[in-house]
Write a protein that binds this ligand. Structure first.
Ligand code: AMP
Length: 214
C-alpha cells in the first residue's frame, strides 16, 4: 500500500504518517525531513536550500526528486507514505514517471484539511528536536517542555513555523499545491479526511480507510 498525504502544513500529516507506519508497516518519507537532514549535515545541497527553506519557499523540483529517488530506491520493496511530496502539479507528474520507472504504484492519496486559524495556532505551538527531528505539538507535547523525550536534545520552534513564514507557506499551498487535489481526484485516487478533530478520531478514520488495502 503506497500512499501520498496531501494537505496544508500544520494539519498533522507527519503524525498521521507515523501512525500509518506503526500500524501498517509502511515507511514514512517526509521530503521536508530529508531536506532538513541535508541542511543539518551541511552538504552542498543543504547549503543551497537552507535560505529557501527558512523563508518557506519551495526547493527546485529536480533537487527534491533526486533525494526522493534515492530514498525510494533504499526501501527495497517496502511500501511507503509520502509526506510533503508532491508539492505541485509538475512534481505530481514526476512522481508518476518515477514510480513507473521503479515498477511501483500509488494506491491512494489521503487529503487532510483544517481551517487556517487552527493551522496557524498549531504551527506556532509546534517544536522540533534539533537532533532526531521528532515533532511535538499541542496534541503530542514533550514530557519536559523544550526537551526531546527520545534523545534528550533541545526542541525548538522551526524558522519556517514563525507566523510570517507560515502565512507564506499557506499562500503557496493554496496556489501551487492545492491543485493536486483535483489532479488526483480525476485519477480516482483521492480520499478526503477532516483534520479538525482529535487525533484519535482521525486515526480511527484513517485505519478504517486503509484496512481495505492492507
Ligand atoms: P515540510 O516539512 O513538508 O513542511 O517542508 C519544509 C520545507 O521543505 C518546505 O517549506 C520547502 O522549503 C521544502 N520542501 C519539502 N518538500 C518539498 C517539495 N516536495 N518540493 C519543494 N520543496 C519542498
Amino acid at each position: 500500500m503506497n500512499l501520498v498525504l496531501l494537505g496544508p502544513p500544520g494539519t498533522g500529516k507527519g503524525t498521521i504518517a507515523k501512525f500509518i507506519e506503526v500500524r501498517f508497516g509502511t515507511d514514512h518519507i517526509s521530503t521536508g525531513d530529508l531536506l532538513r537532514q541535508e541542511v543539518a549535515e551541511k552538504t552542498q545541497a543543504g547549503k543551497h536550500i537552507e535560505p529557501m527553506m527558512n523563508s518557506g519557499q519551495l526547493v527546485e523540483d529536480g533537487l527534491v526528486l533526486r533525494i526522493l529517488r534515492k530514498k525510494l530506491g533504499s526501501l527495497k520493496g517496502k511500501s511507503f507514505v509520502l509526506d510533503g511530496f508532491p508539492r505541485n502539479i509538475n512534481q505530481g507528474k514526476l512522481l508518476e514517471k518515477l514510480l513507473s520507472d521503479m515498477c511501483l504504484e500509488l494506491d491512494l492519496v489521503l487529503e487532510i484539511d483544517s481551517p487556517q486559524d487552527i493551522i496557524v495556532k498549531r504551527l506556532s505551538a509546534r517544536r522540533q528536536c534539533v537532533k532526531c527531528m521528532r515533532i511535538y505539538g499541542l496534541d503530542v507535547p514533550s514530557t519536559v517542555p523544550g526537551i526531546c523525550d527520545d534523545c534528550g536534545s533541545p526542541t525548538v520552534l522551526r524558522k519556517d513555523d514563525e507566523p510570517q513564514v507560515v502565512r507564506e507557506r499557506l499562500r503557496l499551498y493554496g496556489s501551487i499545491t492545492k491543485p493536486l487535489s483535483e489532479f488526483y481526484q480525476k485519477k480516482g485516487l483521492i480520499r478526503r479526511i477532516d483534520g479538525n478533530r482529535s487525533l484519535q478520531e482521525i486515526f480511527g478514520e484513517v485505519e478504517k480507510v486503509l484496512s481495505v488495502y492492507a
